[in-house]
Design a protein around this ligand. Structure first.
Ligand code: 5GP
Ligand code: ZN
Length: 118
């Protein structure tokens, strides 16, 4: 069983922000911003590339609710999901990073020059 499935089943402790029947939001163990939350579906889905439209239509208002409860909606925030090796996905259970609480940088995503990738 994957680490986030264990968090869903309370086999691993986490600092939970919000939960409903289908989704869970908890603090990232290694925050990269003043607010860094992970939002996951309770059912195991490997990544965004495999997720159904039904889960996406449920998780979208759930993420919006998390952002509102943490007062991120006033100044803005960022939602990121990493997919696979090039995307930098370490945990193979779909999760959305919700980052905020400060002006976030948007500078350096890859060592490869953008023009080399076109
Ligand atoms: P990824 O690199 O897969 O997009 O992000 C995985 C995230 O999960 C990382 O930000 C990492 O800090 C977080 N993480 C990994 N293991 C745990 C854990 O056991 N508990 C919590 N709360 N976060 C975790
Ligand atoms: Zn899982």
């Amino acid at each position: 069983m994957c680490i986030f499935c264990k968090i869903v089943k309370r086999e691993i402790p986490s600092n939970i922000i919000l939960e409903n029947e289908d989704f869970l939001a908890f603090h990232d163990i290694n925050p990269k911003a003043p607010v860094h939350i992970l939002v996951i579906p309770k059912v195991h889905v490997e990544s965004f590339h495999e997720v159904s439209g039904e889960i996406m239509s449920g998780i979208t208002p759930f993420i919006q609710k998390v952002a509102k409860e943490l007062s991120l909606d006033k100044n803005g925030y960022r939602v990121i999901t990493n997919i696979g090796e090039d995307g930098g996905q370490e945990v193979k259970h779909l999760h959305f990073h919700v980052l905020g609480g400060a002006k976030l940088a948007w500078s350096h995503l890859s060592d490869a020059h953008p023009k080399e990738m076109i």
